[in-house]
Ligand binder design. Structure first.
Ligand code: SIN
Length: 514
């Protein structure tokens, strides 16, 4: 049994931002199902949005965030993000975080979709997530206890709320963690889809864990598809940053026709949902789509990560054309939290992509996700510090091994189905079919608070659980808004404005321990 003041599940930037606020004052234990450096934050290329240039104002950043969010954002959360983001980035810089500068020695602000001004800071060219992560990791890791390759299978509750977790490592060893506070920071659901910019293991585990103990999940129909993932042998093999279009890249078909012309006033820098649908439509018509990079000077230097990715897959950049395809990128919805990351389960917090503050609405503004991790991660950490520590009694948590005896759907089949039926364009028929199939597959599987499954099976159960809830939300929202597009309801409906679809388990499994 491991006791700690704060247990953090997940190891991305939001997890580290929370740990950074906490680790000099309280004991922090971080548990992650892969290696600590394998997370979605390190894959974030383009940058981090913050209104710190002399000509920019945080209110303008709020405005762009709300507009991209399609009347579905929580304005107060957008205000917190943009305003506190400015202070936080300045503090990071004064603590030694190095963002890229232009030749005149000033910070080099890039541009991305739906921003009306250049406000994207970047580091290492297109390795911003990695640079920010390394910066925090160095400061935090020596001050926390870390468990890698450790899959949390159950959250433990008592009558006061969440008190810890049961996990199983890659050798099958079970551990119990008891904590005064628990923070879920496990990222999103990209791994549910066949094409994704995310790590393959982003399988919605934190959402499923929280749902099972009665946490509220909201906005699951809003999944952002990034328009430009590198396409190789008809598969998505990594991200090609939106910053490439910010520097002059344009989307073309095999004949060189500009595909974003006349679709939206911002053309190639339109909101991400608009660009993804335009690319998807062309691909459905049988066209191959490319990013034409001929206007970008010194591409290799500005985009070393994209260059290395292309090289790895044998794509010749001399041709000035990068083959692309859209893929799942970011879940706007998640575990419902307030401005401090608190969930409806006492003593349980959620931060980063797994959480839904409402800041992103129906479509996240480009480069707001790293900022969200820093701002709301730090807020959660500080909020815990301001609370009294609880004394959680030592106890033996019973568990029982389980095994699913029938064949579950394979992961690749789930991913194909999600892509096709809960993808860029949805309709009632495809969504209902998926709900029915996933419901039937899950039906015979019993999950009690003390059950431990083989980690592989556990992941598949989580994927099915989340996929089903996402499809249910998409089915219920009979309109199109932001990233949620229904071909049978192609318009936005004012009656749906600011309405949130919520899932809360009717039979939470948190048998209360006294
Ligand atoms: C990108 O570099 O295109 C991704 C950045 C983001 O998701 O905001």
């Amino acid at each position: 049994m491991y006791r700690t003041d704060v247990l953090i599940i997940g190891s991305g930037l939001a997890a580290f931002a929370a740990a950074n606020a906490l680790c000099r004052y309280q004991t922090v234990t971080m548990v992650t199902k892969e290696k600590v450096t394998l997370n979605n934050s390190v894959l974030a290329q383009g940058g981090i949005a913050a209104a710190i240039s002399r000509d920019d104002r945080w209110m303008d950043h709020v405005y762009d965030t709300l507009l991209a969010g399609n009347s579905h954002c929580e304005p107060e959360m957008a205000r917190i993000l943009a305003k506190e983001g400015v202070e936080l980035i300045k503090e990071l810089i004064s603590n030694g975080m190095m963002f890229d500068k232009s030749q005149n020695g000033e910070l080099d602000f890039g541009k991305e979709g739906a921003h009306r001004t250049s406000r994207i800071l970047h580091a290492g060219g297109d390795a911003t997530g990695k640079a920010l992560f390394s910066f925090l990791q160095k400061r935090v890791l020596p001050n926390i206890r870390l468990f890698e390759h450790e899959t949390v299978q159950q959250l433990i509750c008592n009558d006061e709320g969440c008190i810890g977790a049961l996990s199983q490592n890659s050798q099958g060893k079970i551990r119990t963690f008891l904590a005064s506070h628990v923070i879920i920071a496990t990222g999103g659901t990209g791994g549910l889809y066949a094409c994704t910019s995310n790590q393959r293991f982003s399988t919605g585990d934190g959402l499923a864990l929280a749902y099972r103990i009665g946490a509220k999940l909201v906005d699951l129909e809003f999944v952002q598809f990034h328009p430009t993932l590198l396409r190789h042998e008809q598969k998505a093999v990594g991200l090609v940053s939106e910053a490439v279009r910010g520097e002059g890249g344009v989307l073309v078909n095999e004949h060189g026709d500009l595909i974003m012309k006349h679709i939206h006033p911002f053309e190639d820098l339109s909101p991400r949902d608009v660009v993804s649908r335009a690319v998807f439509k062309r691909m459905k018509q049988g066209e191959d789509i490319f990013l034409d990079i001929s206007a970008i000077k010194d591409f290799n230097e500005r985009f070393p990560t994209v260059t290395a990715l292309c090289k790895k897959h044998g794509i010749d950049l001399q041709s000035n054309r990068i083959p692309i395809t859209p893929g799942s990128h970011f879940l706007m919805g998640g575990i419902l939290v307030n401005e401090y990351g608190e969930t409806n389960i006492p003593h349980m917090y959620a931060v980063g992509e797994v959480a839904c503050t409402g800041v992103h609405g129906a479509n996240r503004l480009a480069s707001n996700s790293l900022l969200e991790c820093l701002v709301f991660g730090q807020r959660a950490g500080k909020h815990i510090l301001a609370k009294e520590k609880r004394v959680v009694k030592n106890r033996v948590i019973p568990y029982q091994y389980q095994q699913v005896r029938k064949t579950l759907l394979s992961r690749s089949l789930i991913q194909e189905k999600m892509m096709k039926q809960v993808g860029i364009v949805r309709d009632a028929k495809g969504l209902s079919q998926l709900v029915q199939e996933f419901t039937e597959t899950l039906q015979p599987i019993s999950i009690e608070h003390h059950h431990i499954y083989p980690n592989e099976q556990w992941t598949t159960i989580n994927m099915l659980t989340l996929g089903r809830l996402m499809a249910l939300s998409a089915l219920e929202r009979e309109e199109s808004r932001g990233a949620h597009f229904r071909s049978d309801f192609p318009e936005s409906d004012a009656n749906w404005e600011r309405k949130r679809i919520m899932h809360i388990s009717s039979q939470p499994i948190n048998e209360v321990m006294t």
